[in-house]
Design a protein around this ligand. Sequence first.
Ligand SMILES: [Zn+2]
Length: 293
Amino acid sequence: MNIEYSNLKDTPVFIKKENDSLFFIEENKNRIIKEYEILKDRIEYEKKMFDSEYEKKKKLFDEKKCLCGADLNLIDGYDFWGCNCYLDGGEHIKFGNRENPIYRTIPNLSSNWVALLIKDLGLKGKIKAIVLTEWFNENGYIDLCGILGHKPYNYGSINISNKKSKFQEKIAEEKLNSIFSKVLYQQCFEYLFNNEIRICIPDFICSKSSEIEFDAEVVYVVDCKLSEYYFDDAKAELYICVVEKFLRLKEDLREVEFCYWVDDVNDLEREEKINHIKSKTKYGIIMNGVKIQ
Ligand SMILES: [Zn+2]
């Protein structure tokens, strides 16, 4: 990647916007939490109903029993399972004769529910979905997509700090400050690529390490991620190139390395999980301050 030019720049307006969002979140906190709880209750209820309905249907199909108690048969000439009295009154059930007739779907929740919630509250344009997502995360309000086993919506785009929590950044900052004698937080770089001026904002630029696992002569770019889903090696490469270019223009010949900062895993299969995380990137990984790759 050929970066032609790179320099430091003042924090741009859209990052300040993040602070505006936090202001409006605080101001509307009670309404936001109330709406969230209502939505969460609904989703949990629907999931529960769905699960029990599914279990019930599955049991009937496994046992080849109709709701009326009669046996289910594959009806001749028609492609479904039903009982012999399914045309009579009363409650019956039938299943199509596909490979898995009890196809599992999940209750409906739009994956960008945070954005929709903001809209419903009349706060569109005041609160950014990515900031509220982070706020929920920091304050212990779980992602509702998680209840349904969905992946969270990715609100990150060209903008800054994709979906990571300020809380995680704070912990990272403290720890990095104890490892490196120089740590710059969310430093904005302006760079020239393909004749286009762009900006990027890595979370931390760290140098002069006192710990053995980091090289004192290397400049480390560290970016916080809530999970390996958000690893972005293309961006990591960009950060390396931009910081390298910046150093070279200052006749600083130090090498630049990149590391993702992730929180410790608390899964039962810890080793397996760590190996999984490691397999998701060719770059370094710092887990709670310890370099694991
Ligand atoms: Zn029946």
